[in-house]
Write a protein that binds this ligand. Structure first.
Ligand code: SAH
Ligand code: SF4
Ligand code: F3S
Length: 456
């Protein structure tokens, strides 16, 4: 008998990956994904703890789900409600205290045991809590992955030993842990067999990847080379890199492997050395700029994106100006920026010199204005160029298909539906607010488009 599964994913790409793997684990039990929680038999909230706003979302969602749960119970059914992910890991006890409609709470290292946990929920009353970090290999216990579209995520490294003073990840994901290259290659091949054309390798510190056991000398560059040989895999990306771990072999790989996409997400967080030290980032602005220069030297069309935090405790006007200066000297293609959010249990949350919220808000607005300009400027350089797009969804308007450029820009063009899952050449015509408008020029599909236009 099929059961309805609804997973809501918050936070980073690793959570997206984890949600896909939870669906893989549950499929043999008859669970099929449905687009709404309303009459689902099992609802999983896969949560994020990175900033206060992210984790508060969970509690309001739990409140709203109570209505659907009661409606289902009224007709004799049951909606099992589970909280997974980083809030579950960090605040498991608090969830069971604050929300009595939750049946199951489990952390990122426990989801391969979902079948047992669900059986336990059915057997007993009260909440089942699974937030131990176990030493067993979660990845070995998972069934083979299958792609849900042309672009897939693949976790190669999980956890973090860096302990930046603002960050909860070392506490929610545990210690840094790499997977074996063979297991990764097998998963990549399974993803390609089931339709993936692009794979993004994931890790909280993806470039600290170092294999395991006999392969513990493996590197991210070596892994990318190995995956590059997989026929049918056209694009490889990796995220998130730490500036301290960008090694020369990885830089060289960017110059040598055409499948490795020319965009690197290299979060710098701040442009002030004083703040970087207080953040425990363990690199300087000078180190960062040297790395950027080397990357661009290896591949001239390589572009950068970054994350920034404004209003870290003790950040002065001068520190913030240094961040703006850094942005000016790097020229980012894209970036994410956030107000510092004090997180329980992290060292920075305990510091006295917290920056006032209005100051953080004003700095964030100024930074975002500058970053948006850079992004617009970069997008404008694309107009008139012919670039490859991996088409992975219908466009907004009838007759359109959409996808991503090598630089992760959203691009849409009039195209036949058969282009789905293909990489095809387009000419960029214009920059729209959230995407690039293009004309299909790839002869394989442009012909098809013209003939269907003639037929109509
Ligand atoms: N693994 C990634 C970070 C994941 S969190 C890395 O090491 O870069 C994504 C981003 O959230 C971080 O880069 C940082 O900019 C932001 N972030 C993390 N903790 C934060 C906090 N306490 N307040 C505001 N932003 C934070
Ligand atoms: Fe968090 Fe720093 Fe680790 Fe990134 S490197 S996950 S910001 S502790
Ligand atoms: Fe959030 Fe956990 Fe990812 S805290 S950013 S979901 S690692």
């Amino acid at each position: 008998m099929t059961k309805k599964l609804f997973i809501r994913t918050y936070g980073c790409q690793m959570n997206v990956y984890d949600s896909a793997r939870m669906a893989d684990v549950l499929a043999p039990l008859g669970y099929r994904s449905v687009p709404s929680a309303d009459d689902a038999d099992l609802v999983i909230l896969n949560t994020c703890h990175i900033r206060e706003k992210a984790s508060e979302k969970v509690f309001s969602k739990l409140g709203r789900l109570r209505v659907a749960q009661e409606a289902k119970a009224a007709i004799g059914g049951r909606m099992v409600l589970a909280v997974a992910g980083c809030v579950a890991q960090a605040e498991g006890e608090e969830i069971t205290r604050r929300a009595n409609n939750v049946d199951l709470v489990f952390g990122p290292q426990a989801y391969h045991r979902l079948p047992e946990m669900i059986a336990e929920v059915a057997r007993k009353t009260g909440t089942v809590l699974e937030t131990d970090f176990t030493v067993e290999e979660k990845f070995d216990a998972l069934p083979p992955a299958s792609a849900t579209g042309p672009s897939a995520f693949l976790t190669i490294q999980e956890g973090c030993d860096k302990f930046c003073t603002f960050c909860v990840v070392p506490y929610t994901r545990g210690a840094e842990h790499s997977r074996a290259p063979e297991a990764i290659e097998a998963e990549a091949r399974a993803l390609v067999r089931t339709g993936a054309r692009e794979i993004t390798l994931l890790g909280q510190n993806v470039n600290a990847y170092r294999g395991i056991g006999a392969d513990s000398a493996a590197t991210l560059a070596g892994l990318v080379r190995r995956l590059s040989d997989i026929e049918g895999l056209e694009r490889i990306r990796y995220t998130t890199s730490h500036p301290r771990d960008v090694r020369d072999d990885l830089i060289a790989a960017h110059g040598e492997l055409p499948k490795l996409m020319p965009m690197i997400h290299l979060p710098v967080q701040s442009g002030s050395n004083r703040i970087l030290t207080a953040m425990n980032r363990r690199h300087s602005i000078e180190d960062y700029l040297r790395t950027v220069e080397k990357l661009r030297g290896a591949r001239s069309d390589l572009v950068l994106s970054s994350d920034f935090i404004v209003g870290f405790p003790g950040e002065s006007d001068a520190d913030f100006e240094a961040t703006l200066d850094l942005v000016d000297s790097v020229e980012y293609a894209q970036a994410y920026s956030f107000q510092y959010s004090p997180r329980p249990g992290t060292p920075a949350a305990m510091l006295d010199d917290q920056v006032a919220v209005p100051v953080k808000a004003e700095r964030l607005a100024r930074l975002q204005e500058r970053l948006n300009h850079q992004q617009d400027r970069f997008n404008a350089t694309m107009v008139g160029k012919t670039i490859d797009v991996l088409f992975d969804r219908p466009g907004r308007h009838p007759g359109q298909m959409a996808g991503r450029s090598p630089y992760l820009q959203a691009v849409s063009a009039d195209a036949p539906e058969s282009i789905y899952g293909n990489i095809a050449a387009v000419r960029i015509d214009a920059c729209l607010p959230n995407s690039l408008a293009a004309t299909l020029v790839d002869p394989r599909f442009a012909t098809e488009l013209n003939s269907s236009a003639n037929a109509a």
